[in-house]
Write a protein that binds this ligand. Structure first.
Ligand code: SF4
Length: 479
């Protein structure tokens, strides 16, 4: 049964049958093999006595010259005619582009062309793009395989021979005997006048299945989000769902004051203003302008966090160093992924890099070292690799939890550690590229998650009750 309507054609797109379609009817469809036939057909130029008009108002036509009686163009006839031809040619190119991109596995383009002429037929355009050169002559003897831009093409050429296909009668034909009526034979002539064997094309190799998400760029916070809940990572970073403001936030206009991340953000914004050479707490009233609903207790907590740094031994050490930089941006590439972020404090001298990262986490029962091991392993190696890429011979990364400013967690890496660090980073990237995005509910991860109660039941998922509240106690800082 042939399909009469385009909808029916679309339904039969995957069927094992040969379909004859105009290019317009094939729009939007795809087939394993597509043959674009008669691609050597030229299109006649507009008739000379046509009245030509363009959408921009220009027009022209031909009139007979009253003196010579010859027809000549009036108004902008020649210009309009050239523009119309250019438009027709562009439209035709677009149409054949559509035809040639319908093929999934194999495309066959056939047509005749005159090599002596400036060929403006679709097959002429194809040949010009392929630039066969000397291979075109060889293709007359046997099919030639070409490789262009990673694609393989088989070029087959059959030359026209004068007289070919025209049989001159030698003499007056004798009156033919009326032939006995019989069934027309469809395939006998092919048996007697065998067509040249079809060239053997290389076996098509199946293409690898593309990853669900091919990550190209990552910030530390994106990795951290993936580690906390890969399903939320997918919802936010791939599907584009927006993070929800946690209930009770200042920006939500409610009375609940600030959540942990907002306190961390306020502390970091003040710390950015601290003069590292002479540390002192900046004006804390700024916090009210950033977070109008912040309570006086919360502003005091922010102040105490900043003061904890300013009064610490680490701050005194930083103050004694020359050319310390705050909020130093970094970017580097690894395994095809661009990493970017900021270092809270950076100093480099005599081949040693020093990175300081402030944390405003509520520690609860955990020690700073436990939190770093559990939550910030990837961040630490990203910082170290950023410094090595910048030329450091060794790197010290120090985490200062402002709740316990004297319990600094510092680790020193040398260039011998680079292969191990890179392997760990590759493994983290591979986890993201694996395409496995599973919900891992916890109070911390689900707070503010845009997927919660929309596409994910979060803590109510069967067998996935919330993980211990200790994670809340380890709420990450805004860094
Ligand atoms: S609701 Fe919780 S478990 Fe579900 S995607 Fe969000 S963070 Fe993950």
């Amino acid at each position: 049964m042939g399909a009469r309507e385009l909808e029916a054609v679309a339904e039969e797109e995957g069927t094992d049958a040969v379909r004859l379609l105009t290019i317009h009817a094939a729009k939007g469809l795809e087939f394993k093999v597509v043959i674009v036939a008669d691609a050597g057909r030229d299109r006649p130029a507009p008739a000379a006595d046509e009245i030509l008009a363009l959408s921009d108002g220009r027009f022209g036509f031909k009139v007979a010259d009253p003196y010579t009686s010859k027809r000549r163009g009036a108004f902008a006839y020649e210009e309009v005619r050239a523009a119309r031809e250019a438009e027709d040619r562009a439209e035709r190119l677009r149409l054949y582009y559509v035809a040639m991109t319908r093929a999934i596995d194999r495309l066959i383009v056939s047509g005749a062309l005159d090599p002596e002429k400036e060929d403006e037929t679709p097959i002429g355009w194809v040949l010009r793009r392929v630039e066969p050169g000397a291979e075109l002559a060889r293709a007359a003897e046997a099919p030639v395989e070409l490789e262009r831009g990673g694609a393989r093409l088989l070029l087959r050429l059959e030359r026209y021979e004068p007289g070919e296909g025209v049989e001159e009668p030698e003499s007056e034909p004798a009156e033919a005997e009326p032939a006995e009526l019989q069934q027309l034979s469809l395939f006998d002539s092919a048996a007697g006048d065998a067509a040249p064997p079809a060239p053997v094309l290389p076996t098509l190799e199946s293409l690898p299945v593309p990853p669900l998400y091919d990550v190209r760029s990552l910030s530390y916070s994106a990795i951290s989000l993936f580690e906390r809940c890969s399903y939320r990572f997918f919802a936010e970073r791939v599907a584009g769902m927006r993070e929800r403001r946690p209930a009770g936030t200042a920006s939500g206009g409610r009375d609940g004051g600030l959540v942990a991340t907002e306190i961390g953000d306020a502390a970091h914004r003040l710390l950015e203003q601290v003069d590292l050479a002479a540390p002192a707490v900046p004006e804390v009233e700024q916090v009210s302008s950033w977070y109008p609903a912040a309570t006086s207790e919360e502003i005091e907590r922010v102040r105490s966090l900043v003061a904890a740094y300013c009064d610490s031994a680490l701050a005194a050490r930083i103050a004694g160093l020359a050319e310390v930089r705050a909020e130093r941006p970094f970017t580097f590439e690894h395994d095809g992924v661009l990493f970017h972020g900021f270092l809270d404090v950076f100093h480099a001298a005599e081949g040693r890099g020093l990175v300081v990262d402030y944390k405003t986490n509520v520690l609860g029962e955990r020690t700073p070292a436990e939190v770093v091991d559990g939550e910030y392993g990837i961040q630490r190696l990203v910082y170290a690799l950023a410094c090595f890429r910048a030329g450091s011979a060794d790197v010290e990364v120090a985490y200062q939890f402002l709740e316990r400013p004297e319990d600094v967690v510092a680790a020193v890496f040398t260039r011998d550690d680079i292969p191990t660090l890179e392997q760990e980073l590759s493994a983290a990237i591979a986890r993201i590229r694996s395409g496995v995005f599973e919900p891992t509910p916890s109070e911390l991860a689900c707070s503010g998650c845009p997927a919660l109660d929309v596409i994910c039941a979060g803590p109510r998922l069967p067998g996935r009750g919330p993980r211990p509240a200790r994670e809340l106690a380890a709420a990450p800082s805004a860094a």
